[in-house]
Write a protein that binds this ligand. Sequence first.
Ligand SMILES: Cc1cc2nc3c(=O)[nH]c(=O)nc-3n(C[C@H](O)[C@H](O)[C@H](O)COP(=O)(O)OP(=O)(O)OC[C@H]3O[C@@H](n4cnc5c(N)ncnc54)[C@H](O)[C@@H]3O)c2cc1C
Length: 414
Amino acid sequence: MNFDDTPAQARFRAEARAWLDANAPHELAEDIQNAVYGSFKLKSADIIAASKAWAKKKAQAGWACLNWPKEYGGRGASPIERVIWQQEEGIFTFLNTLFIVGHGMCAPTLIAHASEADRRHLLPRMAAGDDVWCQLFSEPAAGSDLAGLRTKATRDGEDWIINGQKIWTSFAQYADYGIILTRTDPSVPKHRGLTMFFIDMRSPGVEVRPIRQANGMSSFNEVFFTDVRIPDSQRLGAAGNGWNVSLTTLMNERLSIGGTISTGFEWLFDFCCRFDTGDGLAVDDPAIRSRLANWATVASGLKYTGYRAISALSRGETPGPENSIGKLVAGTMLQQIAAFAMELQGQAGILTDPALAPDAAHAQFMMLRAPAARLEGGTDEILRNIIAERVLGLPPDIRVDKNIPFNQLPAASA
Ligand SMILES: Cc1cc2nc3c(=O)[nH]c(=O)nc-3n(C[C@H](O)[C@H](O)[C@H](O)COP(=O)(O)OP(=O)(O)OC[C@H]3O[C@@H](n4cnc5c(N)ncnc54)[C@H](O)[C@@H]3O)c2cc1C
């Protein structure tokens, strides 16, 4: 692996850096840097307005959604140029959080399965932050077993009528549109009776109820659908082919989430260099040094596993199921690091007010957000199944309901 930029990449990096120096919202930098882990707010500005303004500015200058085709609002850049841009965008990537689902998951699905007219209308608006998108897949009884979902879409002339409930829908309270996976034929086995649509979140009959999380945020929601009417022209892929369409979304979900989960190690190391245990700096304590050394080794393994994916991209390949390793390891490490940082601070570790005790608050928020990292985009167990089956070639999980019509499964009629 050669990590140096080629001359063309170095020129691209310099151009990106110069534009960012002149145009990034530097006035928000300190605020972003001080945001506690997993929070989605700023002290000095409204996060939604700031996120949309940054997306718009990038789109107007040709720096939005770099790897999308130009006619859809992108720049037609190579995947490697996109990685270089993300490295240079640095802390300002915080302002892209609102668009992760749209840009990372909904857009690739629309590019692969929407009509050309819809792609040309919807994607430039999404790139410019005019529209926020959400992913309406998971339900109370369908997460890992997504194909077990029950939200129904019934054909009515040129329309479909949607009834049911989704849950865990990130940013639905801000969303203008969503992609929704529904059951259109319960008389065939579960993977074969699904159909995907895109939906206007302001349609009559859509109700979004934010869920308050342990960290006080509401980044995901329940969404209820009561007789929501959508035109057949908003169908993505053929009726009954929704499972295959959803695979485009899920493959991109793992790629976009996997690369963004922080392990918390950089913060922990910096904290240990500042924190006085009463017996000197934490970083000088041999027992703490040993823990830090172990985590440094894992962090470095993750870094080089990430570089493998970048190398695959630079060769024009799509990173494969081995990418599940990154999220699996990073999620667990984040939780361990948060617990260790809280423990290290003794009683002070329970403080949650960032103004009073910034490090204790940071560790607390990390601790409260970490379990989500082990669920979103595939739970640890599901990722282990993927690694076992698709990387190591071990025998597959037993799937007893695969060939049984959905309406004959005991749970489906409950
Ligand atoms: C922060 C966050 C944001 C999310 N955002 C979205 C979103 O925007 N849109 C959306 O549609 N969904 C979203 N999700 C949902 C996410 O995809 C699901 O939580 C995830 O797929 C797990 O499903 P579940 O919660 O129903 O758990 P379940 O599938 O019910 O799993 C429960 C437990 O059983 C284990 N398990 C299940 N099946 C197996 C198996 N075959 N082998 C071994 N163990 C198994 C799981 O690992 C887990 O420990 C989000 C989740 C989180 C945490």
